[in-house]
Design a protein around this ligand. Structure first.
Ligand SMILES: C[S@@+](CC[C@H](N)C(=O)[O-])C[C@H]1O[C@@H](n2cnc3c(N)ncnc32)[C@H](O)[C@@H]1O
Length: 292
């Protein structure tokens, strides 16, 4: 018989030892930091997996994911332990910085350097990279003559799939600046859903990527958005991630992080704060970068 592992049963149904074991696994595998304060939240989310799999204890569940022969269950676990909350033009001041500082720099060097790269790291269901794409197409006059790409990645395959699909309900599109809905979306059938236009899709590439593993990415990037992602990581993991970003940015490139995050550690030797949760890499923006 299955133990009564129901969310209503209260957090006490996971022993502290079990919770610590799960926290250690999540830290090792995904860099996640599950403090004891998160126990009720984790409990309510993982209980659903135990019920779905007919598993009667957290220890047995951890055995299953540790064995690794249930590949999909690790992905379910990531989905259960992270939150995918996002929105179009969330923390809009970063898009203002793109418009006022980054776009003029790109426009000024366009003759020498056609390669322009952005990265939305931890892109969730796509609202962040698509907001960036709209900002670039709206304000970067020379966009069509540039080799312009936005890489958008997330650890959670389910949200990457939704992001690729690029379909959103009307109520999630209310934050769009005036005129963007008509310009950058197409209505889907008779439903109240809208699909991202082909010109936006053309410049955004999605992929699955765990930021705490060795990154198969060379860059360099003009700017990296990694907002409301590192908040889940322990300090050591955060500092590794910031350092990787510092290496992958162009001189003068920007890093945008989430409203409750801040940079610490060695990355601060090369990245200086220039605005609210906005950092810039030392050095002048190159005028003749030729890497492809
Ligand atoms: C709260 S959402 C943030 C979405 C978007 N950046 C924003 O600010 O609106 C956090 C995202 O980080 C992703 N994430 C968590 N751990 C990750 C990891 N180790 N590597 C890559 N993405 C991760 C989650 O799957 C989730 O989609």
């Amino acid at each position: 018989m299955i133990n009564p592992v129901h969310p209503e049963a209260g957090a006490a149904s996971f022993s502290d030892n079990e919770f610590e074991r799960l926290a250690a696994f999540a830290n090792r595998s995904f860099g996640l930091k599950l403090s004891p304060a998160k126990k009720p939240l984790v409990y309510s989310r993982i209980s659903k997996r135990l019920i779905a799999l007919k598993i009667d204890s957290l220890n047995n569940y951890i055995d299953l994911v540790e064995k690794g022969n249930q590949g999909d269950e690790r992905l379910e676990l990531i989905s259960a332990l992270t939150t995918n909350v996002t929105a179009f033009f969330r923390e809009n001041h970063h898009f203002d910085t793109v418009r006022k500082e980054i776009i003029p720099t790109i426009a000024a060097r366009a003759g020498n350097q056609k390669r322009v790269r952005f990265w939305s790291a931890g892109c969730s269901s796509g609202e962040e990279p698509y907001s960036l794409a709209m900002t670039l197409l709206e304000y970067l006059q020379s966009a069509s003559s540039l080799d312009l790409k936005i890489l958008a990645t997330d650890i959670d395959p389910k949200v990457v799939q939704r992001a690729r699909q690029g379909e959103y309900r009307k109520e999630n599109l209310d934050q769009l600046p005036a005129g963007y809905l008509a310009k950058y979306f197409r209505k889907v059938g008779s439903d109240d859903s809208y699909s991202v236009s082909p010109e936006i899709r053309r410049i955004v590439t999605f992929g699955e990527l765990n930021l705490i593993e060795t990154l198969p990415i060379k860059g360099p990037f003009d700017a990296i958005f990694c907002r409301n992602v590192a908040i889940y990581f322990d300090m050591e993991t955060q500092q590794k991630v910031w350092n990787n970003f510092a290496d992958l940015l162009l001189p003068g490139g920007h890093l945008f992080i989430g409203h409750s995050e801040r940079l610490t550690g060695p990355a601060l030797n090369t990245l200086k704060i220039t605005g609210v949760t906005t950092y810039r890499k030392n050095g002048l923006p190159l005028s003749g970068w030729s890497n492809t």
